[in-house]
Write a protein that binds this ligand. Sequence first.
Ligand SMILES: [Zn+2]
Length: 295
Amino acid sequence: MIVLAGVLFHSVPLGAFEIPAPMSKAKAADFSVRYEPVRLVNGSPIVFHVTSTEALSSLSGKWLNHDVFFSSDPRGKVWYGIAGASLETRPGNYSLELKGVTTAGKDLSFQKRIGVGKGKYHSIAASVPKQYTEPNAEQLQKIDQDKALKEHAFARVSPEREWTGSFHPPVKAQISDVFGTSRTFNGKTQSVHQGLDYAVPESTPVAALNSGTVLLAQPLFFEGDCVVLDHGQGLLTLYMHLSKIDVKEGDRITSGQKIGLSGGTGRATGPHLHVAVRWQGVYLNPATLLSLQLP
Ligand SMILES: [Zn+2]
């Protein structure tokens, strides 16, 4: 396995920076939008901070053809929403479209152009046992069952925010494979690494990245013993190849709570922890999410 230093996680976007949207004076006064990380690339999560001059009773957004769900501080002045840009997002400027309703019942709308740059990702070759590249009939049946199960679990989006504060690493260990790496299995089947791998031995306690609700907790063919947490606003975290699961579906989990033990179950070349971040069907770079200072 290739061990990469943290500095390789991100690249500097290629000149796709913010262009202020043309706006009327009235609109300019309504909202101010900040976001993290300041330099976005494809594959990055994004946290929007929207401040309104008038107290709002609701705020919703549209970004890259997805709904963005916002939750406010108790005074209704600062609203937070999590989103992301898929790996497939081309470098360019995209609009965050906001619609709010003031506590007095007035409709407000606002548009913010945000630049997305090009992330720098790697390519490696890897080999896995044959059963995972050429599954037999029984295995294919299990794979189909898992697919239906995952589709069902992922179909629901909980708008309510459950995450709070910054996201924390699930284990204290070296990164063995970063997000976005292209992989070639046995010289064929190409795939892109949609998560972050930690080099941990079997039976290392695994902690929840943030607070949330257990959406799925069971063995799957490729993922092995797998836990999926729903953090609200469409954001999920996935923990794979576990040797033991300590939580069950529906459990409320606090940030840092132990959800199970690491292992090498499912499609794994050996014991390690694969963590993925999924926002409304889009896999995002966990390392970026972990680097953000969040409210
Ligand atoms: Zn992995």
